[in-house]
Design a protein. Sequence first.
Length: 201
Amino acid sequence: MSGFESYYLLDADDHILTWGGPRWESAALAGGATTLAGGDLVGQSIYAHVAGHFTQRFLRAFFAEARAARTGLKRAYRCDSPNAKRLFEMRAEPMGDGALRVEHWLLDETPMAFEVATQETRGAVRLGHMRCSMCNRLRRRGTREWREPDAFPQGSGPVAVVHTVCEGCRRGVAARLPIPANLTPAASAGSTPPAAPPSSS
Ligand SMILES: [Zn+2]
């Protein structure tokens, strides 16, 4: 299953002008963005619906770069549901007068090994996990390694997370679906995509 899912049109200040798409409601709900489903969004800041300071900053920079690029920008990211790892592409196209049309396309998806629900927690938690908004990997507080959501022991109930953007995604490493488990870590090291800024379309 792949294809066009949803879009929104932003004004020069990143406020929502219009939005829609064949799978807007289900995509918003599956992504946990319940505030995006069903409401009247006209005039609202897109950042009111984005969890995490780093994620907001990342999107702000992406939109600014897309406006400056004239031909637009695209960027792969993960938007997992509890049961599936889903690879999306965000395509931002300048529409004149600072307006920006942002489309979200589903590229591919694979099932989770087991259901992993996450829940954003407010404020700093000493224990718990960080979740990267771009690649959806998790990092347990006090450790350094970012891992696939189903690479942790299966727990009961949602995982409490604080959203951020991991170091790899800040460097522009493209989000991707995990490498098949039959490849050893040594063999998979060579297939890591090169660090590169989001390519222009
Ligand atoms: Zn990441």
